[in-house]
Ligand binder design. Structure first.
Ligand code: AMP
Length: 214
């Protein structure tokens, strides 16, 4: 089963993809995480991606496809893609890659969240520096900014600041939003209301997944 989670920055793609991975036993491929890893390691792909990410722009497709090539697994159990595709040419490339393996995309979940909620979520987001668990400043008790699971420090992403958040939402609207139409025309798009608790959103996604006979 091959799934894409679509939605603007802060829609909860990463959080929900992790939950789906556990429930459905799929591989989770998070393009943003792959990019942050190569930037941290200062590989040549990382060096090519860094400035674009810092400015909230899309990293060139050549870098993205190079990273994806090593990650996409065409196993029977399938994958959940989060943060890819982010423009039409990436979506077409994904179709091509799946086609070559006689596979297809089964389901695209589009998480819908109002802009004011996205901004609020992103401004307050803290991420565990070790395991990647996501927190919000408003849900942290006391002064300790460490992860409940692994005890590592919680950090704010460099691109989670007001100016860059604004830019990322603009980039989403210009380049990624058109994918909604692309997948609707293919008949595989399911819109899911992405506001509320993580559990509520997950239940809505599962309803769509079940009705899709997964
Ligand atoms: P994310 O963690 O998904 O919010 O992604 C963080 C940043 O990585 C984005 O703002 C982009 O700069 C870059 N990025 C992630 N995925 C892609 C993609 N599919 N194409 C181009 N750039 C991407």
């Amino acid at each position: 089963m091959h799934t894409v989670l679509l939605g603007p920055p802060g829609a909860g793609k990463g959080t929900q993809a992790e939950r789906l991975k556990v429930r459905l036993g799929l591989v989770h491929i998070a393009m943003g995480n792959l990019l942050r890893e190569v930037v941290k390691k200062k590989t040549s792909l990382g060096e090519k991606a860094r400035a674009f990410m810092e400015e909230g722009k899309l990293v060139p497709d050549s870098v993205i496809l190079e990273l994806l090539k090593n990650e996409i697994e065409f196993e029977k159990k399938g994958f959940i893609l989060d943060g890819f595709p982010r423009n039409l040419s990436q979506a077409r490339k994904l179709d091509e890659l799946l086609d070559k393996e006689a596979e297809k995309l089964d389901l695209v979940i589009n998480l819908e969240v109002k802009e004011a909620v996205l901004i609020e979520r992103l401004k307050g987001r803290l991420i565990c520096s070790e395991c990647g668990r996501v927190y919000h400043k408003s849900n942290i008790d006391g002064p300790s900014k460490t992860c409940k699971d692994c005890g590592a420090p919680l950090l704010q992403r460099n691109d989670d600041n007001s100016d860059i958040i604004k830019k990322r939402i603009e980039v989403y609207l210009e380049h990624t939003h058109p994918l909604i139409d692309y997948y609707r025309k293919k008949g595989i798009l399911r819109n899911v209301q992405g506001e509320g608790t993580s559990e509520e959103v997950f239940q809505r996604i599962m309803e769509k997944a079940v009705s899709y006979k997964l």
